[in-house]
Design a protein around this ligand. Structure first.
Ligand code: NFE
Ligand code: MG
Length: 564
């Protein structure tokens, strides 16, 4: 029997429109894969000709999920171009908001976007609440909201959904698939935390809004600093922020981490088999300084899982190319010179991707010509290998508790585990950033903005804002000519991970991680969902002109007065 193609479109639960096509052999093993962003992001074109000080407010509309990070990277790119250094308090406030967002993003990703690939909602209804209560104690001595009474109320909520035939957001799962292995009690514990996580993520949005004004699409950043002066100087606001983080920390330690350990125990053979392992190229730019010389994340570049030789990150080695993407100009370019001229070449007549030609709106970022995985997994593996004080002890404890080795993390389950460990680290370390802020204020350093006169800034300049954000390395690159934006490029984490192939036919990280995965039932490709979802895809970072039918994407009119 010849190879067959399976198309999953969209594969994302929310966060934009990603299409995955895989070719499987007669044993249902994936032999080739194509990741295709089905949306076009025109933001870079909209930014041309604008006042650089406005870039942040426009660029942040790239996405509504990783809310503040495009805003921040954009403002920083302009600051870098002009040589403006924001004062320490501004940097701390920016860090507080971004780190609260890391935690919120990771919790939402695990419970609401990914856990249903491993937990069966319908099975939870069969659970014995008393048994679930004692089972939860195997993974934490004081598990989060797991009394038998609480479980009964969760079951009632779930069965009301099922009885009404309105599964809502649970409607499209492959419930009953042989790939689901948790017991009914374990499924119930997860579903209970799924519901609790809705509250936790709402509270974290409030924490972000304390300094950022609102979320998504915050208001508090300006070139040179932040505007959240009154919030910074109000002890009640700081206290509210810390209180939410404290509650979240409780949830992470008593629910998220234990649930991760439970999943790893149940699906351990997938880890040992290496399901979802990619090429072993990892990239991290590091950052988030605190105290005298503390840094949360280490930078590093790893090739082929060689963690003994980690190179320093160098932004000048980043290029993007579009030989397999729907843009003109196939040459590999520095983002400062990057182009965004759409060139849609359609699908095959049967509606499938042109697997030998251009097939995605996502470009192909490369580091020294190589595809790179970015995100929590890259950060945790690099931080652990470099013995980073903020990372190594957390990773070590998780490894000791689960029996996982470093290479085990380079899998689908490992990607999830790294994200959970990172959420725990961010939550614990946020307090260090808060105490830096309090320390400054105590000594009358209330500076939040570095003064400059726009008229005195150079007319021609270029700069980059490069940060670790929840899904990996984010870079915004701006070139200013005659006081206006002449070119703008954003190379976002999902662009790295969802990258299509390149001129050399190197697969992107999603694609590479799918090779060798065996499907139990090709009509219900749960295994493919698991691999791709473990990266936390955000194709919303690649949107702006949507095509509901997958066709007719060839005409654009983007004027400079277009609002986004
Ligand atoms: Ni739209 Fe994002 C993050 C950015 S994309 S969520 O994290 O930047 O990968
Ligand atoms: Mg780009």
């Amino acid at each position: 029997m010849s190879n067959r193609k399976i198309v999953i479109d969209p594969i994302t639960r929310i966060e934009g429109h990603l299409r995955i096509e895989v070719e499987i052999d007669e044993n249902n093993v994936v032999r080739e894969a194509w990741a295709s962003g089905q949306l076009f992001r025109g933001i870079e074109m909209i930014l041309k000709g604008r006042d650089p000080r406005d870039a942040g407010l426009i660029a942040q509309r790239i996405c509504g999920v990783c809310t503040n990070v495009h805003y921040r990277a954009s403002i920083s790119a302009v600051e870098h171009a002009y040589g403006i250094v924001p004062p320490p308090n501004a940097e701390i406030i920016r860090n507080l908001v971004t780190l609260a967002l890391f935690v919120q993003d990771h919790i939402v990703h695990y419970y609401h976007l990914h856990s249903l690939d491993y937990t069966d909602v319908v099975s939870a209804l069969e659970a014995d609440s008393g048994k679930a209560n004692s089972h939860a104690k195997l993974f934490h001595p004081y598990p989060y909201r797991t009394s038998a009474g609480h479980f009964e109320s969760v079951k009632e909520k779930l069965s009301a959904f099922v009885k009404a035939g309105r599964l809502g957001l649970f409607a499209n799962g492959y419930w009953g698939h042989q790939g689901y292995r948790l017991t009914p009690e374990e499924n119930l514990i997860h579903m209970s935390h799924y519901i609790e996580a809705l509250h936790v993520q709402r509270e974290l949005s409030k924490a972000v809004a304390i300094f950022a004004g609102k979320t998504p699409h915050p208001q508090n950043l300006i070139v040179g600093g932040v505007t959240s002066v009154a919030d910074m100087l109000n002890p009640q606001r700081l206290n509210d922020f810390m209180f939410i983080i404290k509650d979240t920390r409780d949830f992470i330690k008593r629910a998220y981490i234990p649930d991760m350990k439970m999943i790893i125990k149940a699906y351990g053979d997938e880890i040992k088999r290496g399901d979802g392992r990619g090429s072993g190229n990892f990239l991290a730019c590091g950052g988030y300084n605190f105290g005298k010389d503390g840094v949360l994340f280490e930078d590093g570049v790893v090739s082929g899982h060689d963690f003994d030789h980690i190179e320093k990150f160098d932004e000048s080695k980043i290029t993007e190319e579009a030989s397999r993407s729907w843009y003109e100009n196939d040459t590999s370019l520095s983002p400062y010179k990057g182009e965004t001229v759409p060139f849609y070449t359609d699908l095959n007549p049967d509606g499938s991707l042109k697997s030998e030609g251009k097939y995605s709106w996502v470009k192909a970022p490369r580091y020294e010509g190589k595809p790179m995985e970015v995100g929590p997994l890259a950060r945790m593996m690099i931080g652990y290998s470099k013995n980073a004080p903020a990372i190594q002890p957390y990773m070590q404890r998780f490894m000791d508790d689960t029996g996982m080795t470093l290479i085990d993390f380079s899998t689908t389950m490992g990607r999830m585990a790294a994200r959970a460990v990172e959420a725990e680290i961010c939550c614990d370390y946020i307090f260090g950033f808060v105490s830096d802020l309090i320390e400054n204020i105590k000594y009358y350093d209330e500076e939040t903005w570095t003064k400059y006169l726009f008229e005195e800034l150079p007319k021609n300049a270029q700069g980059a804002g490069i940060y670790e954000v929840p899904r990996g390395v984010l870079g915004h690159f701006v070139r200013i000519e005659d006081g206006k934006i002449a070119n703008y490029q954003a190379v976002v984490p999902t662009t790295w991970n969802a990258s299509p192939k390149d001129a050399e036919n190197h697969r992107g990280p999603y694609e590479e991680s799918l090779i060798g995965i065996r499907l139990a039932d090709p009509s219900a490709p749960l295994e493919v969902l698991r691999v791709v979802h473990s990266f936390d895809p955000c194709l919303a970072c690649a949107v702006h002109v949507i095509d509901a039918k997958g066709r007719e994407l060839s005409r654009y009119k983007v004027s400079s007065i277009c609002t986004v």
